[in-house]
Design a protein around this ligand. Structure first.
Ligand code: ZN
Length: 69
């Protein structure tokens, strides 16, 4: 049977605004970059094991092992 090899275009998301790089937060251990957390955001759980939790406007860092909780 006829099989079209025409690939569908990839789904891309465009914004009409110019890119406004928001504040970013870089993990001091592994240099991964995240959106800068603000109060009320869930903690950043970096893949290297460090958590960054916003508390009273400050970022509190703590190391948590993955215990499968
Ligand atoms: Zn990290």
């Amino acid at each position: 049977m006829a099989h079209s090899s025409e690939a569908s275009p990839p789904a891309l998301t465009y914004t009409t605004k110019k890119a406004q790089p928001g504040p970013t937060f870089t993990c001091s251990r592994c240099k991964r970059v995240y959106k800068y957390p603000v109060t009320g955001d869930p903690p950043i759980r970096c893949e290297c094991g460090w958590w960054y939790t916003v508390r009273d406007g400050w970022i509190v860092e703590e190391f948590r092992h993955r215990l499968g909780a």
